[in-house]
Design a protein around this ligand. Structure first.
Ligand code: CTP
Ligand SMILES: C[C@](O)(CO)[C@H](O)COP(=O)(O)O
Length: 229
């Protein structure tokens, strides 16, 4: 396996739950597009040597100008899986390890990127960062009635970047019509073991308006060079 690491950034979502009109990846955070924060973190990793971004199709040129020549930008698709697939096809042939990282997780620390990549390089074919679940989670039926309460101690909330051996991710994406909400879900369907490592609280996803308020507040607290990102 080649040890060269590439990162794919799905950034073509509309951001309907966040609202505000502008595609979410281009919404400002600390005065700069959210996507730029995520990409800069990936580029700051000494392990990551290529970054490919899937942008909203009408904004490929604009996003290319924002991110500069080190980043390849391709048109994304209708669903997240379509965007990841488009980016996967644009990776250099000699990339052996692939990280998939949401543009919508702009405050993810660089040390988490390195930890995921290192764990794949150490021989784990699929690696995801996770945090314990703090709310009680209920399964409900179509009428909203509770069906059951899974025990919380075995539940985990899943973040990105998720890291994969390239050949495994390719095989997984051959099954991409499966109804999954993350890349590891496709890998699980292959029967390939998925390893968890500790995630980071700052790697939360900006999904709803309150998440953006929290991200702005946290960013304002980071001092330059304090190693938090
Ligand atoms: N067709 C899509 C849908 C999502 N994404 C990306 O996948 C990541 C996680 O998706 P999410 O946070 O759900 O973003 P949106 O799809 O934009 O959000 P919403 O469902 O609220 O519209 C984001 O970086 C988003 O840009 C993508 O590249 N292409
Ligand atoms: C990939 C992901 O960020 C892991 O938590 C998440 O599943 C994306 O889901 P979304 O509904 O597209 O936000």
């Amino acid at each position: 396996m080649s040890t060269r690491v590439g990162a794919l950034v799905p950034a073509a979502g509309r951001g309907e739950r966040l609202g505000g009109g502008t595609p979410k990846a281009l919404r400002p955070l600390g005065g700069r597009p959210m996507l730029l924060h995520a990409v800069e973190t990936l580029l700051s990793s000494t392990l990551v040597s290529q970054v490919v971004v899937a942008a909203p199709p009408t904004l490929v040129e604009v996003v290319g100008q924002i991110l500069g020549p080190r980043v390849r930008v391709v048109p994304g698709g209708a669903e997240r899986v379509d965007s990841v697939r488009a980016a996967l096809e644009a990776l250099d042939d000699d990339i052996g390890v692939v990280l998939v990282h949401d543009a919508a997780r702009p405050l993810t620390p660089a040390k988490l990127v390195d930890a995921v990549a290192t764990t794949v390089l150490d021989g784990h074919p699929a690696v995801i960062p996770v945090l314990p679940v703090t709310d009680t989670v209920k399964e409900v039926d179509a009428d909203g009635r509770v069906v059951r309460t899974p025990p919380r101690d075995v539940l985990r909330a899943v973040q990105t970047p998720q890291g994969f051996r390239r050949d495994i991710l390719y095989m997984a994406y051959a099954n991409r019509d499966l109804p999954v909400t993350d890349d590891a879900g496709l890998v699980e369907a292959l029967g390939v073991p998925v390893t968890t490592i500790p995630g980071a609280e700052e790697a939360f996803k900006v999904t709803r308006p309150a998440d953006l308020v929290l991200a702005e507040a946290l960013l304002a607290q980071f001092a330059p060079g304090d190693g938090q990102r």
